[in-house]
Write a protein that binds this ligand. Structure first.
Ligand code: FES
Length: 126
């Protein structure tokens, strides 16, 4: 008898987007496959926290998540990382994460002075 793959309906409550996931696919991967954008995407590997969500309904399991972005207390309240969350029933989620600021404004925080070489005195000043 062939293994039956059960699709699960995922609803992002902030955006109203709905899409399907199958067993073994993370919430974030399913969202990207469906070309939805309701959950911010970052590292896709449980480390940055961009895809943090609160699960409001349904059953799920999680993979390894960085404790720097999801504490034990967060997890106990249903806050997880969508890239490491695997639905086991239909799910409702609320997006919580944000993409960290990157780009030119961050680069300007690094400033340092480069000493100027002594400029040679011109012939007129001499
Ligand atoms: S995308 Fe970085 S933790 Fe999920």
């Amino acid at each position: 008898m062939p293994h039956l793959i059960t699709p699960h309906l995922i609803t992002i409550e902030n955006s109203g987007e709905r899409f399907q996931s199958v067993d073994g696919m993370s919430v974030l991967a399913a969202m990207e496959q469906a070309r939805c954008r309701g959950i911010p995407v970052g590292c896709r590997n449980g480390g940055c926290g961009a895809c943090k969500v609160r699960v409001t309904s349904g059953q799920y399991r999680t993979g390894k998540m960085s404790r720097a972005v999801v504490s034990v207390a967060d997890e106990a309240q249903g806050c997880v990382l969508a890239c490491k969350t695997y639905p086991q029933s239909d799910l409702g989620v609320e997006a919580l994460g944000r993409i960290l600021q990157t780009g030119p404004s961050r680069a300007t925080s690094f400033s340092f002075a480069i000493p100027r070489p002594e400029s040679p005195r011109s012939e007129r000043e001499a």
